[in-house]
Design a protein around this ligand. Sequence first.
Ligand code: NAP
Length: 466
Amino acid sequence: MSESESAAGRCRVAIVGSGPAGFYTAEHLLKRTQLPIAVDMFERLPVPFGLVRFGVAPDHQKIKAATRAFERIADDPAFRFLGNVEIGRHLSVDELCRHYHAVCVATGAETDRSMGIPGEDLAGSHAATEFVAWYNGHPDYADRVFDLSVERVAVVGVGNVAVDVARILCRLPEELAATDIADHALDALRESRVRVVHVLGRRGPAQAAFTNAEVRELGALAGADVDVVSEEIDLDPLSQEEVARRDDRALRRKLEILRGFVGRPAAGRPRTLVLRFLVSPVELIGDDRGCVSAIRLVRNELYRDERGSLRPKPTDRTELLPVGMVFRSVGYRGVPVPGVPFDHRAGRIPTEAGRVLDPETGGSLPGLYAAGWIKRGPTGVIGTNKPDAAETAECIAADLRSGAAPEPIPPAGALDALLTSRQPRVLTFADWRRLDAVEVERGRPVGRPRVKLVTADEVARALAER
Ligand code: NAP
């Protein structure tokens, strides 16, 4: 680790987290504020890119190409990546605040929301976020076990994460083998005996959270026929009224795509993906071994709530769907960062335009900022983080210009000595470039974009050998 070329004499900004929000904040600070700024980006894992590496599906390599822009940001001599450093363990937020003019938390939303129904803790009931992290080679999830010997699976939720999970379960092994899916997941999915994947929406097709490109892709899967229940695709009067009122072309297109699935003859593909609407899970049923064996669903109707949104309301009609595994995909949730205020109900840091708010006074805390999902909640695509990060970076820049950001006491570079005394194995962006080259080299002979290094041991060995 060497001090960034010109940290002395520059305003020092620490960014916690190396996903899209962290990189876009760094980019805006370094390229667009016209201020002399040096950025240190701290990452708990040895490798950068957060959600792009560990969240974006491996069969969506075009989306993963966002990392090329991040690499260009990292080329700036005033930027440093400090991997393997956990804020709250190796350094506290207080210490960061003492050493930097500004500290920006961009840690994303690291956990999931639960459904709050009986049976959710049975074996075979999982968070979709864990499955995603597992197949993407996140080191914390590498040893998770998903019983892919079951034939029927339910995915609860109809957002893009639910679609990702369903699609990965339905992909042919040879399709997965052309991606950078983690080797352990590729091996397990090759042996998968899953035959039917039910994706369950609690509201109607007009309220589905998935985007058009994602649902269209389901209809083009080589490994699965898509099926829908025709009467669930028909819009109820409230949805018809809403669709007419909103006059939203993308929504109309989404409904056309879904209607196109009605009555589509099965083409004999090895799996079936069933998209369901207006059903809510009310209970997961276990067998005598304590494993999920079925999911009890209630059929819903829609009503308009006091704020004008169409919400689901249970009817007295229920259904028992036999499944051996359930993934809840009902949204991500932020995790508190020690020393930073947190709104536990909303699952994010309270902010105003990126400035962190003091819950006691309601005023902003000088020098403390947030960007991305931990600031606004888990919504939007990768690009949504650009304007979000720009807003936060502009707050930082304004406070640096006005002198509202506190002046750090120790000189630039003092933090490095403190950090190496607590974590001797800090990884730099140069280390990441070496790891990247190893992964790409491992992928080349087998026609894959890369073969990921997953565990801390694999990473350490690759760095030692190179
Ligand atoms: P999301 O888009 O918010 O979808 C969550 C889904 O869970 C919704 O269908 C929601 O239904 C449902 N849900 C919530 N609580 C429920 C409950 N108790 N019972 C049943 N269903 C429930 O979240 P996400 O799928 O986790 O995605 C997070 C963000 O990442 C989104 O902005 C997404 O677009 C983005 N993303 C993008 C891509 C891509 O571009 N390819 C891939 C992955 C993720 P209601 O609408 O009824 O609340």
